[in-house]
Write a protein that binds this ligand. Structure first.
Ligand code: AP5
Ligand code: MG
Length: 210
């Protein structure tokens, strides 16, 4: 299964990708996590991407396309993968098509801008593995410690309320057109994001079987 998770910042792409990759036994690829790791390690790409990611702007298409080309060439992607947060522009979607990547399904997780503001203000992420939590909706067992790897949970720089508004603007302008792009290809499944993580997962799994 080659799957794209589409949706606004904070729609739950990362949360759902973590659950679904375990169920389908395929890797989840988050360009956001790859870039944050590169920023943390101070690599050449990380240095280039730092200002974009921290201010909520999109990292230039050519950087993203390079990252994804490299990642999809790895062995663990042979049996399929979940793309979380990529493509994010029509140019990125066209690049995937030009690489010969045949996407099976695109799930658009729909959540209102108001609910997103609430979700992102309570989000905590693991500084080591990138796993995503929420202080109310998905708390870790021990406060500020990742259940999966024991890493420290932190607040993302781009989850500042003003930056979240900028990210939503970028989403509506540059990423939302992908809904029509994939609908026209007959690949789009729209799922309404639910209050409970597990209820959204159930809708996504039903869409994958349908
Ligand atoms: P990225 O890391 O991809 O961020 P994003 O798309 O802005 O999305 P988020 O990670 O904020 O949200 P999510 O949908 O994964 O939600 P989550 O599951 O965490 O990208 C960050 C930046 O990197 C971009 O701004 C850009 O600079 C750069 N970048 C990355 N990819 C790029 C690309 N392709 N092109 C260009 N630039 C790129 O959930 C959010 C919160 O809600 C969590 O706390 C979670 O626990 C909670 N939650 C989840 N589900 C539920 C639920 N059902 N009910 C209640 N709470 C829930
Ligand atoms: Mg995410």
């Amino acid at each position: 299964m080659k799957l794209i998770l589409l949706g606004a910042p904070g729609a739950g792409k990362g949360t759902q990708a973590e659950v679904i990759c375990d169920k389908l036994n395929i890797p989840a690829i988050s360009t956001g996590n790859i870039i944050r790791e590169a920023v943390k390690n101070g690599t050449e790409m990380g240095v280039k991407a730092k200002d974009f990611i921290e201010s909520g702007k999109l990292v230039p298409d050519e950087v993203i396309i390079g990252i994804i080309k490299e990642r999809l060439a790895e062995d663990d992607c042979k049996g399929g993968f979940i793309l979380d947060g990529v493509p994010r522009t029509v140019a990125q979607a066209e690049a995937l098509d030009n690489m010969g990547v045949e996407i099976d399904r695109v799930i658009d997780i729909e959540v209102s801008d108001e609910a997103i503001a609430k979700r992102l203000s309570g989000r905590r992420v693991c500084s080591a593995c990138g796993a995503s939590y929420h202080v109310d909706y998905k708390p870790s067992t021990k406060p500020d410690v990742c259940d999966r790897c024991g890493g420290a949970l932190i607040i993302r720089k781009d989850d500042e309320p003003a930056t979240v508004l900028d990210r939503l603007k970028v989403y509506h302008e540059l990423t939302e057109p992908l809904i029509d792009y994939y609908r026209a290809k007959g690949k789009l499944y729209v799922v309404q994001g639910q209050e409970e993580v597990k209820d959204t997962t159930a809708l996504i799994l039903a869409a994958l079987e349908g």
